[in-house]
Design a protein around this ligand. Structure first.
Ligand code: PAF
Length: 283
C-alpha cells in the first residue's frame, strides 16, 4: 500500500491511475478504523479498480466543547488494517496543508435544509466542517465513487446533497451499517462503553426495529410512537436527544403520505453518545 502525505504526492498516484484508465473509489475517514470502515473499503473495491482511503482528524468539524485533542489516533493499527484490506493508497494530509491560513480564513461549504435538525442542531457548525473538508478531499482526489456509511445517516445525506447541489462529478454510495451480533451499530465510540453499557446499548437497535415493525404493520401515530420509544430508552437509563421518525428524502417529520422513512436516534450512556437509524420502505 502506498502512502501520500501531500497533495502533490497524492496526485502523482492518481494521475498514473487515470492514465491507465483505472477508476478510483475514495473512502474518507478520521482513522481509528473498525469493521464498519472496512466494509466501506470493500464496497469501494467491488466498484472500482483502485481504492484510496484518507485519514484526517478534521478540526473544522469539532465544536468548541468537543474534544478534538482526545479523538482516538491509532495510525499504526489503521495502516496495518488498510494494508491487510488490499487498499491501494492511503492519504494522510496535514492540517497545515488543508487549512494553510487556519480554520477562520477558509471558505466554507454550507449545505442547506438537511443540516438544520438532529446532529446539525446539536452540533452547530459540524456539517459545515464535514462538507468543507469532504469537498476539498474530492477536489484533491477526484474519485469516481466515494463510499459513506449509513450509520451516520444525516452525514451521508448531507454529502449526497452537496454533490447534487454543486454538480460534483462523483457517485456517492451509502453503505449499510455494520452491526455487532447484539445489533449494536459498529462505532469508534463503542470502545468507551463498559460491559454493562455495551449490553444495554443493544436496546437502541431493538427499539428502532420495534418501531419499524409497528410502522410496517400499519401504525401511523408517529408522535405517539416517538414518545413511547423515548420513554423506553430514558427508563432504561439512556440520555436521548431525539428519536425522530422522518421522511428519508427531506429528513423532516414524516407525514402520512411518506413512503420512504428513516428513524434517527441518539442515545447516550454515561459520556458516550451513540447514533443509529433504521430505514423503512412502505411501497
Ligand atoms: O465520518 C467521518 O469519519 C468524517 O465525518 C469524514 C467524512 C471523514 C469527514 O471528516
Amino acid at each position: 500500500m502506498y502512502q501520500a502525505h501531500s497533495v502533490t504526492e497524492l496526485r502523482q498516484y492518481v494521475q498514473h491511475w487515470n492514465e491507465h484508465g483505472q477508476s478510483i473509489a475514495f473512502i474518507p475517514t478520521m482513522g481509528n478504523l473498525h469493521a464498519g470502515h472496512m466494509s466501506l473499503i470493500s464496497k469501494g473495491q467491488s466498484l472500482c479498480d483502485r481504492s484510496l482511503c484518507s485519514i484526517f482528524v478534521n478540526p473544522m468539524q469539532f465544536g468548541a466543547n468537543e474534544d478534538f485533542n482526545h479523538y482516538p489516533r491509532t495510525l499504526d493499527d489503521d495502516l496495518a488494517k488498510l494494508a491487510a484490506s488490499g487498499c491501494d493508497l492511503v492519504y494522510l494530509p496535514t492540517a497545515s496543508e488543508l487549512y494553510p491560513e487556519g480554520l477562520d480564513r477558509i471558505s466554507q461549504v454550507q449545505v442547506t435544509d438537511l443540516t438544520d435538525h438532529y446532529e446539525g442542531a446539536h452540533r452547530p457548525g459540524h456539517f459545515t466542517g464535514v462538507a468543507t473538508v469532504v469537498l476539498k478531499l474530492f477536489n484533491i482526489v477526484k474519485p469516481d465513487v466515494s463510499v459513506f456509511g449509513k450509520k451516520d445517516y444525516q452525514q451521508y445525506r448531507v454529502i449526497s446533497k452537496m454533490v447534487a447541489d454543486l454538480n460534483l462529478d462523483v457517485q456517492i454510495i451509502g453503505q449499510e451499517t455494520t452491526r455487532e451480533a447484539s445489533g449494536l451499530a459498529t462505532s469508534s465510540r463503542n470502545q468507551y462503553l463498559d460491559e454493562e453499557q455495551t449490553r444495554k446499548a443493544s436496546m437502541i437497535y431493538q427499539t428502532l426495529r420495534n418501531s419499524a415493525e409497528q410502522i410496517s404493520a400499519g401504525e401511523r401515530d408517529y408522535l405517539e410512537m416517538e414518545r413511547r420509544a423515548l420513554a423506553r430508552l430514558q427508563d432504561a437509563g439512556f440520555e436521548t436527544d431525539y428519536f425522530a421518525i422522518c421522511s428519508a428524502e427531506t429528513l423532516l417529520p414524516a407525514s402520512q403520505e411518506d413512503r420512504d422513512l428513516v428513524i434517527l436516534v441518539t442515545a447516550g450512556l454515561g459520556t458516550t453518545r451513540l447514533l443509529d437509524n433504521i430505514e423503512i420502505s412502505l411501497w
